[in-house]
Design a protein around this ligand. Structure first.
Ligand code: ADP
Ligand code: MG
Length: 252
């Protein structure tokens, strides 16, 4: 059984077919990349997994279960975390606090007991702190831990967003353009982290990325899309040498 499965999924926005009869199976443990020109439907596929939209046709399953029966607020609870193409963090809070927000799905104690601050709550808070400190160490964010997001360089915010997703301890991590806006050196670091996320943390990664160097370096398989349609699926070398992909990129 695949971890995430799209089965003949179609989504239209008015006259635009953003995702056109796409079928794909993401296996547990792999790094899988979605590539394609702007407007290909890559972010929309993420938004379908996040349940921001209902597909017009098709099925989406996660871990064998019908994802379309879940609301968007239930998706993180299933173990699916994501980053956004445009970074979405709390600007007026520290790195530490942004990562603690990522722990929300694991919180068991209710409002009342939090007000009273029972030993159980203290225990739980300590566990959240430990989990977040591990992410800070993993991503080498120690120097930024107590800094406000609004004052941080773009490259660091990008890593913090990755950290916030990791703090949820997901089974599936969706990364929307993890290298966009990063320098060559920062992109290299991002590649190492994605590898470590797969190999050390055992998390399945589905990413959208334009940088084919990064895609080739980290992904096991790639799906190339154009105008919502699948052009080719395979290794990055197979996909890049596929005639339909070459044609779509040349715009002929
Ligand atoms: P990509 O991420 O591959 O660049 P998108 O998934 O963002 O592409 O968009 C796919 C197509 O769907 C584009 O034609 C885009 O204009 C359209 N689209 C995406 N989101 C919406 C929306 N919320 N409303 C209307 N059209 C949309
Ligand atoms: Mg996009």
């Amino acid at each position: 059984m695949s971890l995430l499965e799209f089965d003949h999924v179609t989504l239209r926005f008015g006259g635009v077919v953003a995702v056109n009869d796409v079928s794909v199976k993401i296996e547990e443990g792999e790094v899988f990349a979605l590539v394609g020109p702007n407007g290909a439907g890559k972010s929309t596929m993420f938004n379908l997994v996040s349940r921001f939209y209902d597909p017009a046709e098709g099925r989406i399953t996660f871990d064998g279960k019908d994802l379309l029966k879940r609301r968007s607020d239930e998706v993180p609870m299933l173990g699916i975390a994501r980053t956004f193409q445009n970074i979405e963090l709390f600007e007026q809070a520290t790195v530490l606090h942004n990562l603690l927000v990522g722990r929300q799905r694991h919180r068991k104690t209710g409002m009342i007991s939090e007000l009273i601050f029972t030993p159980k709550v203290r225990d739980e808070e300590r566990r959240h702190r430990e989990a977040v400190e591990q992410v800070i160490d993993f991503l080498d964010l120690q120097a930024y831990r107590d800094k406000m997001i609004s004052g941080l360089p773009y490259g660091v915010r990008k890593v913090v967003e990755l950290g916030r997703a990791l703090a949820t301890e997901p089974r599936l991590l969706l990364l929307d353009e993890p290298a966009s806006g990063l320098s060559v050196e920062e992109t290299q670091d991002m590649a190492f982290w994605i590898e470590d996320i797969q190999k050390q943390l055992g998390i399945t990664v589905l990413m959208v990325e334009h940088d084919m160097g990064l895609v080739s370096a980290v992904s096991n398989r790639v799906l190339a899309l154009a105008d919502g349609k699948e052009l080719a699926t395979g290794t990055s070398a197979e996909v890049q040498s596929h005639p339909a992909v070459i044609e779509a990129y040349l715009g002929t």
